[in-house]
Write a protein that binds this ligand. Structure first.
Ligand SMILES: Cc1ncc(COP(=O)(O)O)c(C=O)c1O
Length: 357
């Protein structure tokens, strides 16, 4: 006999990427930043007085909110600090989507979204991307027709790395009367020359909320810290009603603030990742592996049928390299490869060359 709620007993749960114990494994499977966090973050960690842990932390991470607000040009009340971006996604569903209402996502996208919909017990509308992995025509109309309450879009898109222009998103959000969540987990890796800036949407529109995380850009996946940026009316109910009383801990608050203040140091790692991303893509293409351009810190590589993506995944694993294979429609024949350090990328290409020969 099961005591689980029906929707929970029916669901399978999220499958996280493998986290191997051995430091010898080249880990290109969970889109972590290959470079260390800014030195100022490590210094802040070293300076923390253990005695300060006796007390509860500031419930809403006020100092972090102030710094993040200044950085994004919004009031502190428009920032919601969370225990990793995943917590924000869960809070959004808890706060805004009733069990009989519809959450829309693009297919494919971040595989946690359907899991969160199952936990919330809401309805899920999965909208296929076009053959070219772009947004389908008439999206706003389709959202209206299906009475969608919330749309979650990951931009740059995962797992392709493609970027949807801010102007398109602005138009979409204006034509749609539900909430548009822009999951910008990978925004730090966008080429600055593109001038992409979605922040005006969160500042000007009442239905747009942006997710940011320190996991990728700031090399702090182990810290578990992210934040939402959006109109005060969207942030407020989560801040005062649905959030756990102390959802971010004292240490993470201190380190997250130090990280944003050390943005310039983090930005040097973004530039290195971008350079490596272009190198890696060119090498993959040179090996006959069609790979989409990416504005993120990963590449989606189409593996020739004769080789087979699942087989190549296993062969790489046997050679001590972890990448990600998703056994699902449209992704079955592909591997998602995180851009690693220069050395790791070179080893990957060398091993691929060996395996493919
Ligand atoms: C698309 C996307 N959104 C959100 C997240 C959440 O990141 P975190 O919970 O580490 O902040 C991830 C993590 O991999 C992601 O890939």
């Amino acid at each position: 006999m099961s005591f689980e709620r029906t929707n929970i007993s029916r669901m399978r749960g999220y499958t996280p990427g493998e986290q191997p114990d051995s430091p010898d494994i080249i880990k290109l499977n969970t889109n972590e930043n290959p470079y260390p966090p800014p030195a100022a973050v490590i210094d802040t960690l070293g300076a923390i007085d253990g005695a300060d842990l006796r007390r509860y932390p500031p419930p809403l991470a006020d100092d972090f909110r102030t710094v993040a607000g200044l950085m994004h040009g919004v009031a502190p009340e428009c920032i919601l600090p969370v225990n990793g971006g995943d917590e924000l996604l869960r809070l959004l569903l808890t706060t805004y989507v009733e069990p009989d209402e519809v959450l829309a996502i693009m297919q494919p996208s971040y595989s946690l979204y359907p899991v969160l919909a199952q936990i919330a017990g809401c309805r899920l509308l999965e909208i296929p991307l076009t053959e070219a992995w772009t947004m389908p025509a008439g999206l706003a109309e389709s959202l209206r027709r299906h009475r969608v309450k919330m749309l979650i879009l990951v931009n740059p898109h995962a797992p392709t790395g493609s970027l949807t222009p801010a102007a398109y998103l602005h138009e979409l959000a204006r034509e749609f009367d539900g909430i548009v969540v822009l999951d910008e987990a990978y925004a730090d890796f966008i080429d600055p020359e593109l001038g992409h800036d979605s922040m005006p949407l969160a500042r000007e529109l009442e239905n747009v909320l942006i997710l940011r995380t320190l996991s990728k850009g700031y090399s702090l996946a182990g810290l578990r810290f992210g934040y939402g940026i959006g109109p005060g009316d969207l942030i407020h109910p989560m801040a005062v009603k649905t959030r756990d009383s102390y959802n971010t801990d004292y240490i993470s608050q201190k380190l997250a603030k130090a990280a944003l203040e050390a943005r310039e140091a983090a930005a040097r790692s973004w530039q290195r990742v971008r350079r490596s991303r272009e190198w890696l893509r060119a090498e993959l293409v040179g090996l006959g592996i069609e790979t989409l351009p990416s504005q993120s810190n990963f590449l989606l590589a189409a593996i020739p049928e004769a080789v087979g993506a699942a087989k190549l995944y296993t062969a790489l694993k046997d050679h001590g390299i972890l990448v990600r294979h998703f056994a699902q429609p449209r992704l079955n024949d592909r591997l998602r490869i995180t851009v690693g350090s220069e050395t790791d990328n070179e080893i990957l290409i060398q091993k691929l060359r060996d395996i493919l020969q």
